[in-house]
Design a protein around this ligand. Structure first.
Ligand SMILES: [Zn+2]
Length: 495
């Protein structure tokens, strides 16, 4: 049985204020070509590069977040090749002493996040280099243009061991890596903008004896990475089934056709004539520096998933929404912590306390994800409802003070004005009616006007009950407690 072994190379543009070896701005949104350039990043003779500390810190931070060993001494090397988007004729990169090595990342191996079976993907290394410029080929022109704004931007490269086995796993790894980059504020890692570029290498073979490696480039979305890998596994398997030979090459991905195509045969490392960069001294990192970078790492997605499940018992889908939208997740946590204080009744604190937090948390999550987000794109800065008021609102629902129908009305009003829910309830008379006598009176009035329905019910048409309940709810403008309405209505009709 043939097994697929897939390794990844992920290039990520780092979010720094200046370029890697000069003080030019690192501005991915610059529209005008060749604005952020200087003699250093253009490789003019006599200029000297100096390494960007912020970029080094970001690579080390990434390495620590991905369980890597950090090399105490690293150095930069020159990778020599000629291409028009490379102004110096070489790229400053790292060859044998990268900043980080031997790490790992765990990804969900099974379909769906429900059964969280994790698979460990080993990370070989993470190193730092500089990006190239960008070539443009105007249509029907017999020339090409080049923009060097991107040349010299700090670029981080992560290389994995060939531990992945399917397109789905590749997508999962890339998605989790992107999340981590964003949590660490290392990069925005937007694939469509080329801030994160995924390359895969695939070989088919029996365990321990890997076949010929094929690389795929130009994958600019998670979906295309997944599809390209699955296509390539099939293509190579078919070649091998027919006793053919897989060629060692680089292939591109055609998204429209949904297939890979041959680009060029693969360059060997010695083709790049690597040698230590003579203009940059080696970089030493002492334990203190590494510890201070470690201290800046926030809670990462994996830890947050576990904590959200344990503390709030939310389902996996809800948790994933809060993981992806950190702002929303933080707002949710503030609401729950406020609600916790509000809803604590001293007698229930020890015994039923936990269950109560869970039910409040679930209500809060539902109202935040569906109703609050439904009212417009959420950002805590612009949201008029502060967490304290939202908490009060959720506790009112949880304690049966307002019905779910009026809840929507109240929330919309809170969203518009920022007023606290009890004021809105008071002003608009929206509190839930649970008083049996009051509800009975309404029911009697409704029944007097619905004699036909009452007759039908008594003749055995039990479906009429829902209709009558609806009439009672309408008469109270949705404020009556629906359970009490049902119970009393039945009692009165069957008397
Ligand atoms: Zn420059």
């Amino acid at each position: 049985m043939l097994k697929s072994s897939i390794g990844l190379e992920i290039h990520t543009e780092l979010k720094t204020s200046s370029k890697m070896f000069c003080s030019c701005r690192n501005d991915p949104d610059e529209k005008k070509a060749n604005i952020n350039v200087c003699p250093i990043c253009m490789g003019h003779p006599g200029t000297l590069p100096s390494a960007n500390k912020e970029a080094i810190k970001k690579v080390v931070k990434t390495g620590l977040a991905l369980n890597c060993e950090i090399n105490r001494t690293s150095k930069f090397d020159r990778k020599n090749y000629f291409y028009p988007d490379l102004p110096k004729g070489y790229q400053i990169s790292q060859y044998d002493q990268p900043f980080c090595k031997a790490g790992y990342l765990e990804i969900p191996a099974s379909k769906g996040f429900k059964e969280m079976h994790l698979k460990t993907i080993r990370i070989t290394r993470i190193h730092l280099e500089e990006d190239t410029g960008r070539l443009m080929h105007p249509e029907k022109a017999d020339y090409s243009l080049v923009d060097y704004n991107r040349a010299g931007i700090p670029l981080m490269e992560l290389v994995t061991e060939p531990d992945l086995e399917s397109g789905l796993e590749v997508r999962r790894f890339a998605e989790e890596f992107q999340l981590i980059m964003r949590y660490l504020s290392v990069s925005d890692a937007d694939m469509e903008k080329g801030q994160m570029r995924v390359e895969v290498n695939i070989s088919m073979g029996a365990r321990k004896k890997l076949g010929t490696k094929v690389e795929i480039k130009n994958l600019n979305s998670f979906k295309s990475a997944e599809k390209a890998v699955d296509y390539e596994i099939k293509r190579q398997s078919e070649i091998l089934k027919k006793k053919g030979k897989v060629i060692h090459e680089t292939r591109g991905w055609n998204d429209q056709k949904g297939e890979t195509f041959s680009q060029r045969e693969k360059e060997q490392a010695h083709g790049y004539r690597y040698f230590p960069e003579p203009d940059l001294p080696p970089v030493s990192l002492d334990a203190q520096v590494i510890d201070s970078i470690k201290a800046e790492i926030p809670e990462l997605p994996a830890g947050k998933r576990k904590r959200f499940k344990k503390e709030y018992s939310l389902d996996a889908k809800t948790i994933e929404i809060f993981i992806d939208n950190r702002d929303l997740g933080e707002y949710f946590e503030k609401v729950v912590s406020e609600a916790d204080i509000d809803s604590k009744e001293p007698s229930k604190r020890s015994s039923a306390g936990k269950g109560k937090i869970h039910s409040v948390a679930k209500l809060a999550a539902n109202y935040i994800i569906t109703d609050l987000v439904g009212l417009g794109t959420f950002s805590e800065k612009d949201c008029k409802i502060d967490p304290e008021n939202f908490a009060e609102f959720v506790v009112l629902i949880n304690n049966g003070k307002i019905t779910s129908k009026t809840a929507k009305q109240i929330l919309a009003e809170m969203h518009r004005t920022g007023t606290d829910p009890s004021n809105i309830i008071k002003e608009k008379g929206l509190s839930q009616i649970s008083d049996q006598k009051e509800i009975s009176n309404v029911i009697m009035t409704v029944l007097e006007n619905q004699s036909k329905a009452v007759e039908d019910y008594r003749k055995g048409n039990k479906n009429v009950l829902q209709f009558l309940a609806g009439q009672v709810m309408a008469a109270t403008k949705g404020r009556a407690n629906p359970e009490i309405v049902q119970r009393l209505l039945k009692d009165i009709l069957e008397k």
